[in-house]
Design a protein around this ligand. Sequence first.
Ligand SMILES: NC(=O)c1ccc[n+]([C@@H]2O[C@H](COP(=O)([O-])OP(=O)(O)OC[C@H]3O[C@@H](n4cnc5c(N)ncnc54)[C@H](OP(=O)(O)O)[C@@H]3O)[C@@H](O)[C@H]2O)c1
Length: 293
Amino acid sequence: MPVKILQFGTTGQLGVELLRQAPAHDVAVTALSRADCDLADPASAAAKVMEARPDLVVIAAAHTAVDLAESEPERARAINALTPGAIAAAAQAVGAAVVNVSTDYVFDGAGGAPYAEDAATNPLNVYGASKLEGEKAVAAANPRSLNIRTSWVVSSHGKNFIKTMLRVAAAGNPLKVVDDQSGRPTSAADLAGFILDQAPRLAAAKAGDPVFGTVHFANSGEVTWRGFAVAIFEEALGDKAPEVGATTTAEYVTPARRPLRATMDLGKLQRVFGVTPRPWREALKEIVAELAA
Ligand SMILES: NC(=O)c1ccc[n+]([C@@H]2O[C@H](COP(=O)([O-])OP(=O)(O)OC[C@H]3O[C@@H](n4cnc5c(N)ncnc54)[C@H](OP(=O)(O)O)[C@@H]3O)[C@@H](O)[C@H]2O)c1
Protein backbone atom coordinates (compact mmCIF):
# COMPACT_ATOMS: atom_id res chain seq x y z
CA MET A 1 0.00 0.00 0.00
CA PRO A 2 1.44 3.41 -0.89
CA VAL A 3 1.96 5.81 2.00
CA LYS A 4 -0.84 8.41 1.95
CA ILE A 5 0.85 11.80 2.29
CA LEU A 6 -0.81 15.16 2.84
CA GLN A 7 1.66 17.84 1.73
CA PHE A 8 1.28 21.52 2.65
CA GLY A 9 3.01 23.70 0.03
CA THR A 10 3.33 23.11 -3.70
CA THR A 11 5.22 26.11 -5.06
CA GLY A 12 8.26 26.52 -2.79
CA GLN A 13 11.64 24.92 -3.43
CA LEU A 14 10.95 21.89 -1.24
CA GLY A 15 7.30 21.57 -2.28
CA VAL A 16 8.22 21.46 -5.97
CA GLU A 17 10.97 18.87 -5.40
CA LEU A 18 8.68 16.64 -3.34
CA LEU A 19 6.09 16.68 -6.11
CA ARG A 20 8.74 16.09 -8.77
CA GLN A 21 10.18 13.03 -7.00
CA ALA A 22 6.99 11.51 -5.55
CA PRO A 23 6.21 9.39 -8.64
CA ALA A 24 9.44 7.43 -8.07
CA HIS A 25 8.33 6.48 -4.53
CA ASP A 26 5.60 4.28 -3.14
CA VAL A 27 3.49 7.24 -1.99
CA ALA A 28 0.12 8.79 -2.85
CA VAL A 29 0.39 12.54 -2.37
CA THR A 30 -2.36 15.10 -1.91
CA ALA A 31 -0.69 18.51 -2.07
CA LEU A 32 -2.29 21.76 -0.93
CA SER A 33 -1.27 25.13 -2.33
CA ARG A 34 -1.81 28.50 -0.64
CA ALA A 35 -5.14 28.76 -2.51
CA ASP A 36 -6.22 25.40 -1.04
CA CYS A 37 -5.12 26.29 2.48
CA ASP A 38 -3.75 29.53 3.89
CA LEU A 39 -1.28 28.58 6.61
CA ALA A 40 -2.02 31.83 8.42
CA ASP A 41 -5.24 30.07 9.52
CA PRO A 42 -4.42 27.19 11.92
CA ALA A 43 -8.02 25.93 12.15
CA SER A 44 -8.41 25.54 8.41
CA ALA A 45 -5.09 23.69 8.13
CA ALA A 46 -6.13 21.33 10.92
CA ALA A 47 -9.47 20.73 9.17
CA LYS A 48 -7.60 19.68 6.01
CA VAL A 49 -5.76 17.02 7.99
CA MET A 50 -8.96 15.72 9.61
CA GLU A 51 -10.60 15.54 6.19
CA ALA A 52 -7.70 13.82 4.38
CA ARG A 53 -6.83 11.30 7.14
CA PRO A 54 -3.33 10.71 5.75
CA ASP A 55 -0.63 8.36 7.05
CA LEU A 56 1.93 11.17 7.01
CA VAL A 57 1.71 14.97 6.87
CA VAL A 58 4.62 16.92 5.35
CA ILE A 59 4.73 20.65 6.07
CA ALA A 60 6.75 21.98 3.13
CA ALA A 61 5.51 25.60 3.26
CA ALA A 62 6.48 28.35 5.67
CA HIS A 63 6.93 32.09 6.12
CA THR A 64 10.48 32.03 4.76
CA ALA A 65 11.02 35.77 4.17
CA VAL A 66 13.55 36.26 6.97
CA ASP A 67 13.77 40.07 6.73
CA LEU A 68 10.05 40.64 6.17
CA ALA A 69 9.26 38.53 9.26
CA GLU A 70 10.86 41.24 11.42
CA SER A 71 8.01 43.61 10.52
CA GLU A 72 5.22 41.02 10.69
CA PRO A 73 6.05 38.83 13.68
CA GLU A 74 2.46 37.79 14.39
CA ARG A 75 1.98 36.54 10.83
CA ALA A 76 5.30 34.67 10.90
CA ARG A 77 4.29 33.11 14.22
CA ALA A 78 0.89 32.02 12.89
CA ILE A 79 2.37 30.40 9.76
CA ASN A 80 5.54 28.94 11.29
CA ALA A 81 4.41 28.02 14.80
CA LEU A 82 0.64 28.05 15.47
CA THR A 83 -0.38 26.30 12.26
CA PRO A 84 2.29 23.57 12.40
CA GLY A 85 1.17 22.93 15.99
CA ALA A 86 -2.48 22.70 14.91
CA ILE A 87 -1.57 20.42 12.00
CA ALA A 88 0.41 18.14 14.31
CA ALA A 89 -2.48 17.93 16.79
CA ALA A 90 -4.93 17.05 14.01
CA ALA A 91 -2.48 14.48 12.69
CA GLN A 92 -2.27 12.93 16.14
CA ALA A 93 -6.08 12.75 16.24
CA VAL A 94 -6.24 10.81 12.96
CA GLY A 95 -3.17 8.64 13.65
CA ALA A 96 -0.84 10.38 11.20
CA ALA A 97 2.87 11.08 11.65
CA VAL A 98 4.25 14.55 10.83
CA VAL A 99 7.33 15.95 9.16
CA ASN A 100 7.90 19.63 9.89
CA VAL A 101 10.82 21.45 8.30
CA SER A 102 12.81 23.88 10.42
CA THR A 103 16.02 25.85 10.23
CA ASP A 104 19.59 26.29 11.47
CA TYR A 105 18.48 29.83 12.40
CA VAL A 106 17.20 28.41 15.70
CA PHE A 107 20.89 28.74 16.73
CA ASP A 108 22.69 32.02 17.41
CA GLY A 109 25.84 30.83 15.66
CA ALA A 110 27.98 32.62 18.21
CA GLY A 111 30.09 29.58 19.10
CA GLY A 112 29.85 25.85 19.49
CA ALA A 113 29.14 24.90 15.85
CA PRO A 114 28.66 22.36 14.46
CA TYR A 115 25.53 22.18 16.60
CA ALA A 116 24.00 18.84 17.56
CA GLU A 117 20.22 18.46 17.67
CA ASP A 118 20.15 18.94 21.44
CA ALA A 119 22.47 21.97 21.50
CA ALA A 120 21.08 25.11 23.13
CA THR A 121 18.93 27.22 20.81
CA ASN A 122 18.85 31.01 20.79
CA PRO A 123 17.34 32.47 17.62
CA LEU A 124 18.56 35.93 16.65
CA ASN A 125 15.56 36.88 14.52
CA VAL A 126 11.77 36.64 14.36
CA TYR A 127 11.86 33.95 11.68
CA GLY A 128 14.17 31.71 13.74
CA ALA A 129 12.07 32.27 16.88
CA SER A 130 8.87 31.41 15.02
CA LYS A 131 10.39 28.23 13.58
CA LEU A 132 11.68 27.17 17.01
CA GLU A 133 8.23 27.74 18.51
CA GLY A 134 6.85 25.64 15.63
CA GLU A 135 9.25 22.78 16.37
CA LYS A 136 8.17 22.76 20.01
CA ALA A 137 4.47 22.97 19.16
CA VAL A 138 4.74 20.06 16.71
CA ALA A 139 6.70 17.89 19.15
CA ALA A 140 4.28 18.65 22.01
CA ALA A 141 1.17 17.92 19.93
CA ASN A 142 2.31 14.70 18.29
CA PRO A 143 4.84 12.16 19.59
CA ARG A 144 5.06 10.74 16.06
CA SER A 145 6.63 13.91 14.63
CA LEU A 146 9.99 14.70 13.09
CA ASN A 147 11.37 18.24 12.94
CA ILE A 148 14.00 18.35 10.20
CA ARG A 149 16.29 21.36 10.51
CA THR A 150 17.91 22.37 7.26
CA SER A 151 19.99 25.30 6.02
CA TRP A 152 20.72 27.53 2.99
CA VAL A 153 18.19 25.74 0.74
CA VAL A 154 18.83 25.99 -3.00
CA SER A 155 17.37 24.53 -6.19
CA SER A 156 16.91 25.30 -9.85
CA HIS A 157 13.56 27.01 -9.20
CA GLY A 158 12.01 29.48 -6.80
CA LYS A 159 13.94 32.17 -4.97
CA ASN A 160 17.39 31.27 -3.72
CA PHE A 161 20.99 32.42 -3.47
CA ILE A 162 22.18 30.64 -6.64
CA LYS A 163 19.57 32.33 -8.79
CA THR A 164 20.11 35.70 -7.11
CA MET A 165 23.88 35.57 -7.70
CA LEU A 166 23.48 34.61 -11.37
CA ARG A 167 20.97 37.44 -11.88
CA VAL A 168 23.24 40.00 -10.22
CA ALA A 169 26.24 38.81 -12.25
CA ALA A 170 24.23 39.01 -15.48
CA ALA A 171 23.45 42.66 -14.70
CA GLY A 172 27.22 43.26 -14.69
CA ASN A 173 27.37 45.22 -11.43
CA PRO A 174 30.33 44.89 -9.06
CA LEU A 175 29.68 42.25 -6.43
CA LYS A 176 30.44 42.13 -2.72
CA VAL A 177 29.24 39.18 -0.68
CA VAL A 178 29.26 38.52 3.06
CA ASP A 179 32.34 36.49 3.96
CA ASP A 180 31.95 36.08 7.71
CA GLN A 181 28.77 33.93 7.77
CA SER A 182 29.27 30.27 7.03
CA GLY A 183 26.95 27.31 6.73
CA ARG A 184 25.94 24.26 4.74
CA PRO A 185 24.10 24.85 1.44
CA THR A 186 21.36 22.25 0.97
CA SER A 187 19.75 21.01 -2.20
CA ALA A 188 15.95 21.05 -1.94
CA ALA A 189 16.03 17.96 -4.17
CA ASP A 190 18.25 16.07 -1.70
CA LEU A 191 16.02 17.05 1.24
CA ALA A 192 12.89 16.01 -0.67
CA GLY A 193 14.51 12.67 -1.56
CA PHE A 194 15.34 12.07 2.09
CA ILE A 195 11.76 12.80 3.22
CA LEU A 196 10.24 10.55 0.55
CA ASP A 197 12.74 7.74 1.23
CA GLN A 198 11.84 7.84 4.92
CA ALA A 199 8.06 8.17 4.40
CA PRO A 200 7.25 4.44 4.78
CA ARG A 201 9.35 4.15 7.93
CA LEU A 202 7.86 7.31 9.45
CA ALA A 203 4.32 6.26 8.60
CA ALA A 204 4.82 2.86 10.25
CA ALA A 205 6.94 3.81 13.28
CA LYS A 206 5.42 3.94 16.74
CA ALA A 207 5.80 6.78 19.25
CA GLY A 208 9.19 6.50 20.93
CA ASP A 209 10.93 5.29 17.78
CA PRO A 210 14.25 7.13 17.25
CA VAL A 211 13.09 8.34 13.82
CA PHE A 212 10.93 10.87 15.67
CA GLY A 213 12.22 13.99 17.38
CA THR A 214 14.64 16.39 15.69
CA VAL A 215 17.25 15.73 13.03
CA HIS A 216 19.58 17.92 11.00
CA PHE A 217 19.69 17.52 7.22
CA ALA A 218 22.09 19.55 5.06
CA ASN A 219 24.57 18.82 2.32
CA SER A 220 27.99 18.09 3.75
CA GLY A 221 30.82 20.62 3.81
CA GLU A 222 30.74 24.23 4.85
CA VAL A 223 31.33 27.54 3.08
CA THR A 224 30.82 31.28 3.52
CA TRP A 225 28.25 33.12 1.38
CA ARG A 226 31.15 34.65 -0.57
CA GLY A 227 32.77 31.24 -1.03
CA PHE A 228 29.43 29.89 -2.21
CA ALA A 229 29.07 32.77 -4.71
CA VAL A 230 32.57 32.08 -6.09
CA ALA A 231 31.69 28.38 -6.50
CA ILE A 232 28.39 29.24 -8.23
CA PHE A 233 30.22 31.43 -10.75
CA GLU A 234 32.96 28.83 -11.32
CA GLU A 235 30.34 26.17 -12.04
CA ALA A 236 28.01 28.35 -14.12
CA LEU A 237 30.32 30.81 -15.86
CA GLY A 238 33.76 29.17 -15.92
CA ASP A 239 36.41 31.64 -17.07
CA LYS A 240 33.75 34.37 -17.40
CA ALA A 241 33.22 34.28 -13.63
CA PRO A 242 33.14 37.81 -12.19
CA GLU A 243 35.28 39.00 -9.29
CA VAL A 244 33.52 38.60 -5.96
CA GLY A 245 34.52 41.11 -3.30
CA ALA A 246 34.14 40.41 0.39
CA THR A 247 31.98 42.26 2.88
CA THR A 248 31.03 41.64 6.50
CA THR A 249 27.80 41.13 8.40
CA ALA A 250 28.46 44.41 10.19
CA GLU A 251 28.73 46.28 6.86
CA TYR A 252 25.83 44.54 5.09
CA VAL A 253 22.93 45.67 7.25
CA THR A 254 19.62 43.78 6.96
CA PRO A 255 16.40 44.05 9.03
CA ALA A 256 16.98 40.57 10.52
CA ARG A 257 20.16 39.62 12.37
CA ARG A 258 21.71 36.41 11.08
CA PRO A 259 23.93 33.86 12.82
CA LEU A 260 27.61 33.88 11.88
CA ARG A 261 28.07 30.11 12.06
CA ALA A 262 24.93 28.09 12.72
CA THR A 263 26.42 25.05 10.94
CA MET A 264 24.65 21.90 12.04
CA ASP A 265 26.19 18.58 13.02
CA LEU A 266 24.99 15.75 10.76
CA GLY A 267 25.95 12.77 12.96
CA LYS A 268 22.41 11.86 14.05
CA LEU A 269 21.27 11.69 10.42
CA GLN A 270 23.92 9.01 9.86
CA ARG A 271 23.28 7.16 13.13
CA VAL A 272 19.47 7.00 13.00
CA PHE A 273 18.74 7.07 9.28
CA GLY A 274 22.02 5.76 7.82
CA VAL A 275 22.16 8.80 5.53
CA THR A 276 25.26 10.83 4.65
CA PRO A 277 24.32 13.71 2.34
CA ARG A 278 26.64 14.42 -0.57
CA PRO A 279 28.92 17.48 -0.55
CA TRP A 280 27.19 20.79 -1.33
CA ARG A 281 29.46 21.35 -4.33
CA GLU A 282 28.14 18.21 -6.06
CA ALA A 283 24.57 19.35 -5.48
CA LEU A 284 25.49 22.80 -6.83
CA LYS A 285 26.89 21.27 -10.04
CA GLU A 286 23.61 19.44 -10.59
CA ILE A 287 21.51 22.57 -10.00
CA VAL A 288 23.68 24.64 -12.36
CA ALA A 289 23.30 21.94 -15.02
CA GLU A 290 19.51 22.02 -14.58
CA LEU A 291 19.49 25.80 -14.90
CA ALA A 292 21.57 25.58 -18.08
CA ALA A 293 19.16 23.00 -19.55
N1 LIG B 1 15.08 28.62 1.99
C1 LIG B 1 16.03 28.40 2.91
O1 LIG B 1 17.16 28.82 2.76
C2 LIG B 1 15.70 27.63 4.15
C3 LIG B 1 16.69 27.49 5.14
C4 LIG B 1 16.39 26.75 6.29
C5 LIG B 1 15.14 26.19 6.46
N2 LIG B 1 14.19 26.37 5.48
C6 LIG B 1 12.86 25.78 5.69
O2 LIG B 1 12.67 24.82 4.66
C7 LIG B 1 11.27 24.75 4.34
C8 LIG B 1 11.09 24.86 2.85
O3 LIG B 1 11.58 26.12 2.44
P1 LIG B 1 11.61 26.55 0.90
O4 LIG B 1 12.94 27.18 0.63
O5 LIG B 1 11.13 25.43 0.06
O6 LIG B 1 10.52 27.72 0.91
P2 LIG B 1 10.15 28.74 -0.25
O7 LIG B 1 10.75 28.31 -1.53
O8 LIG B 1 10.43 30.11 0.26
O9 LIG B 1 8.57 28.54 -0.36
C9 LIG B 1 7.70 28.89 0.66
C10 LIG B 1 6.41 28.17 0.42
O10 LIG B 1 5.50 28.47 1.48
C11 LIG B 1 4.29 28.88 0.90
N3 LIG B 1 3.59 29.80 1.81
C12 LIG B 1 4.08 30.93 2.38
N4 LIG B 1 3.11 31.51 3.12
C13 LIG B 1 2.01 30.71 3.01
C14 LIG B 1 0.70 30.78 3.53
N5 LIG B 1 0.30 31.79 4.33
N6 LIG B 1 -0.16 29.79 3.22
C15 LIG B 1 0.20 28.78 2.42
N7 LIG B 1 1.43 28.66 1.88
C16 LIG B 1 2.32 29.62 2.17
C17 LIG B 1 4.67 29.54 -0.41
O11 LIG B 1 3.54 29.61 -1.22
P3 LIG B 1 3.40 30.77 -2.36
O12 LIG B 1 4.24 30.30 -3.52
O13 LIG B 1 1.96 30.77 -2.66
O14 LIG B 1 3.90 32.05 -1.76
C18 LIG B 1 5.72 28.55 -0.89
O15 LIG B 1 5.10 27.41 -1.42
C19 LIG B 1 10.61 25.85 5.17
O16 LIG B 1 10.07 25.28 6.34
C20 LIG B 1 11.74 26.77 5.54
O17 LIG B 1 11.48 27.47 6.76
C21 LIG B 1 14.45 27.06 4.34
